[in-house]
Design a protein around this ligand. Structure first.
Ligand code: IFM
Length: 439
């Protein structure tokens, strides 16, 4: 099969879209946006490489939406920026921010695209930092209030909405591994945040429901746990990794409990009333989003804090992130949702894509054949799931534009469209052209 002609095999009601997030593309020096924890983290840890300008989507959004339409996509996944709407405090709404999302949503709708907004994709207003950020449950309440504002203002313009993007990144990656804002390496902080970000989801869900929203989901990122070898210690280590990375979040959402292996180690850091809060966390959702990129190879490693494993990358072909190409992991997690959590919940692959150092050919075409193949291999996995009768309803390519790739700044390019970060010129890549041929 040639390139993305595989797209022709999908059912006609399957939704193809592309995804972005606010901090990564909008440029928060525009339109009265407030500071977020990422501005502070960038100042302290990333030599000031931040999202102040990013792709200048704030000013280029019409052009960007036109690209989405031209490619033939049917949906656009983006996120609302909390500090853009409430830059100063919890009550003072930035009308320029409100107006921006009104215009963005109108443009999406005008182009017959379905908006798939997310309420939180990591740009926590900086004012929460001094109060403990996501370690403080008051932040969850404030997030529910923010959710309500968004719902009240825009509910007539969207149907589906996600609460949180990738709770593992918000918690473990940012508070235990220290790689994302706020850059902590503290197990107790990480576990509190692993719980609180889910509580924030649950409270946001209640706020949205109270305002009549009835297509609410959450987006979980999954990474395939590959034991280094058959040694039972490595197998057990991979199970612990899986508990912490994947099952912690899906068990809480679907079963209202935390997985045993992780809980044995982490329970002492949870608030005393965590069980009653799990009832809020596990209120039924209407759809689930899976973000999938790669696998990790896991080895046993004795550690003082009980997190007895280390992660490696294996020998498979890698992307520019150093992430291995392992498409089977995508169908593995889709099937896991179907078999272990819910056999009728609509599943969306809300992110999938690769960073690739694009080759610009002599006639200015950006050849990203590796990315084309990456999409194709993962789409094949989804087709297999569909054949098994699993309710996969859509797929979103990450990402529409090259953008601010968090701790990597502007070095890693995930876009279907190349962005010149000096001039903001957009140039579609071969992967974009392929989608537009077959969608
Ligand atoms: O760029 C990120 C995105 O913000 C969240 N999911 C993973 C992507 C690639 O790292």
């Amino acid at each position: 099969m040639n390139n993305l002609s595989i797209l022709k095999k999908f059912p006609t009601d399957f939704i193809f879209g592309t995804a972005t997030s606010s901090y990564q593309i909008e440029g928060n020096s525009f339109g009265g946006c407030g500071k977020s924890i990422w501005d502070e983290f960038a100042k302290k840890r990333l030599k000031g490489v931040d999202g102040q300008k990013a792709c200048n989507h704030f000013n280029y959004f019409k052009e960007d939406i036109k690209f989405i339409k031209e490619a033939g996509f049917k949906a656009y996944r983006f996120s609302f920026s909390w500090p853009r709407i409430l830059p100063i405090d919890h009550n003072t709404i930035n009308t320029e921010g409100l107006d921006f999302y009104s215009r963005l949503l109108d443009e999406i709708l005008k182009n017959d695209l379905e908006p798939f907004p997310t309420l939180y994709h990591w740009d926590l207003p900086l004012r929460f930092s001094s109060l403990g950020g996501w370690e403080n449950q008051d932040t969850c309440k404030r997030f529910a209030d923010f959710s309500y504002i968004i719902s009240e203002k825009y509910s007539d313009k969207f149907q589906k909405i996600a609460t949180i993007n990738e709770p593992w990144c918000v918690s473990w990656l940012s508070h235990y591994l220290g790689e994302h804002a706020p850059g902590l390496t503290n197990l107790s902080s990480a576990v509190k945040t692993m719980h609180n970000i889910l509580l924030a989801h649950g409270m946001s869900l209640q706020a949205l429901r109270s305002n009549g929203n009835n297509e609410i989901g959450i987006v979980l990122n999954n990474e395939y746990p590959e034991p280094f070898n058959e040694d039972p210690k490595n197998i057990q280590a991979a199970k612990l990794f899986d508990n912490i990375y994947n099952r912690w979040f899906s068990d809480a959402i679907f079963k209202g409990s935390y997985p045993e292996l992780a809980l044995n180690i982490l329970e002492k850091y949870l608030p005393k009333n965590y069980n009653s809060q799990l009832k809020i966390i596990s209120h039924p959702i209407d759809w689930i989003g899976i973000n999938y990129y790669t696998r990790s190879v896991i080895k046993y490693l004795n550690a003082d804090d009980g997190i007895d494993y280390e992660c490696e990358r294996g020998s498979l072909k890698k992307t520019d992130m150093g992430w291995e190409l392992y498409p089977k992991g995508l169908s593995y997690f889709i099937e896991r949702i179907h078999q272990e959590y819910s056999d009728d919940i609509p599943i969306y692959v809300t992110e999938n894509g690769m960073a690739n150092n694009d080759q610009i050919s002599f006639n200015e075409v950006i050849e990203d054949q590796d990315r084309v193949e990456y999409f194709q291999l993962h789409l094949k996995e989804i087709l297999d799931c569909l054949k098994k009768g699993i309710q996969v309803k859509g797929y979103f390519a990450w990402s529409l534009l090259d953008n601010y790739e968090w701790a990597f700044g502007y070095e890693k390019r995930f876009g279907l469209i190349h962005v010149d970060f000096e001039t903001f010129k957009r140039t579609p890549k071969e992967s974009f052209n392929q989608f537009s041929k077959y969608l």
